[in-house]
Design a protein around this ligand. Structure first.
Ligand code: SF4
Length: 351
């Protein structure tokens, strides 16, 4: 049997039970593709059905509020995607009578839908010819065809050029949905960035990387270096009402629209960072930091050391003379408020 068909058979046998594949629709493809960007399948599996139960149709999503959508996006991270999805749904309701268009140019004119999502809706959602290159497809195809172009724009352009010139195997044009999904499955399971399981791979008979025993991906230019950042997060609770002092992240800030406990920069390798106010270290703060909880997190290139300080309102007032007007008490109930992931992690240190 042709290796590409073997790949599709393997994928159909192993992964057809994914909920967005079982309940096919353009809307489900739109939601799942946006959820799957930067999030693993196992995480999306925990959220997709619940999200669809709350927003069963594109209209129900488009007519909803940002607050409600981001609340039900909780656990998926990268909330900008939730806002993009909502903006796209609103636009489709207002300008396309609630029907997702299937023309690439029209799709990319919709807010929140970029070239990848547009191609995925066409190829996966409607099983029509298009090439949707996510990181898995890019990696697998560069290995199978032994393309040594730098990862990113150049490699994508070359793959699109070959696809448009009909230089891809016919199955890419005859069975777009299955070939995309099976390549994504392969990239996730056997053809990983740092490890390959060629002995299990249905494409091993035709893969040039396997033949040459050369799996190296050309990552192009220099890797962006990691920047160190130390933050202090204050837990000030109003225990009687089970509330915590916090604020809503403003437009343009990291984690826009989410709720965070008062957070300040202690130390940053990037002195121009303005995402949080700086807090001067004095004896009082040093004393509080001695008992602080600690966890690490990442945002973009920043590796963050988070110190979590529990203190009372008075101590906080003496320390943090900045932006007090923005802080309010919010119910600690997870389901009632849309706290950022780092803030939820901070709650582990509540005393
Ligand atoms: S044979 Fe190996 S390198 Fe080639 S696609 Fe399969 S897992 Fe990747």
């Amino acid at each position: 049997m042709n290796a590409w068909k073997k790949l599709i058979d393997w994928s159909n046998g192993e992964f057809n039970s994914l909920p967005w594949r079982m309940k096919r629709s353009l809307y489900h493809t739109l939601v799942s593709e946006i959820m799957l960007q930067q999030t693993t399948v196992s995480t999306v599996l925990n959220h997709f059905d619940k999200f669809i139960a709350i927003f069963p149709t594109l209209e129900s999503l488009g007519n909803s509020s940002e607050e409600k959508v981001t609340l039900h996006w909780s656990g998926l991270g990268y909330y900008r995607r939730a806002r993009n999805l909502l903006n796209g749904a609103k636009f489709i309701v207002d300008h396309h009578k609630g029907t997702i268009p299937l023309n690439f140019e029209t799709l990319i004119s919709i807010p929140g839908i970029g070239p990848y999502t547009a191609s995925a809706i066409i190829a996966i959602g409607s099983n029509q010819k298009s090439l949707a290159l996510d990181a898995n497809l890019e990696r697998v195809l560069s290995r199978v065809f032994n393309l040594k172009l730098p990862w990113g724009q150049k490699l994508k352009e070359e793959l699109h050029k070959r696809f448009d010139q009909k230089k891809f195997p016919p199955i890419f044009y005859n069975r777009p949905r299955e070939i995309h999904e099976s390549l994504m499955d392969l990239g996730r399971n056997f053809c990983l960035a740092k490890k390959v399981y060629c002995e299990k791979c249905p494409l091993s008979t035709i893969c040039l990387a396997h033949k040459k025993n050369d799996f190296q991906i050309n990552k192009g230019g220099k890797k962006e270096s990691v920047v160190g950042l130390q933050l202090v997060r204050f837990l000030i609770t109003n225990k009687k009402n089970n509330e915590v002092l916090a604020y809503v992240k403003k437009k343009g800030q990291w984690l826009e629209g989410q709720i965070e406990v008062p957070t300040f920069i202690l130390k940053s390798d990037n002195k121009n960072l303005t995402q949080y106010p700086y807090l001067k270290s004095d004896e009082k703060l040093k004393k509080l930091l001695k008992d602080a909880g600690l966890f690490t997190s990442h945002i973009t290139k920043y590796k963050i050391k988070n110190f979590v300080v529990s203190c009372d309102f008075e101590d906080f007032n003496q320390l943090a003379e900045i932006q007090k007007k923005d802080f309010h008490f919010y119910a600690l109930k997870y389901s009632a408020n849309h706290f950022s992931t780092a803030t939820l992690k901070s709650f582990k240190f509540l005393v």
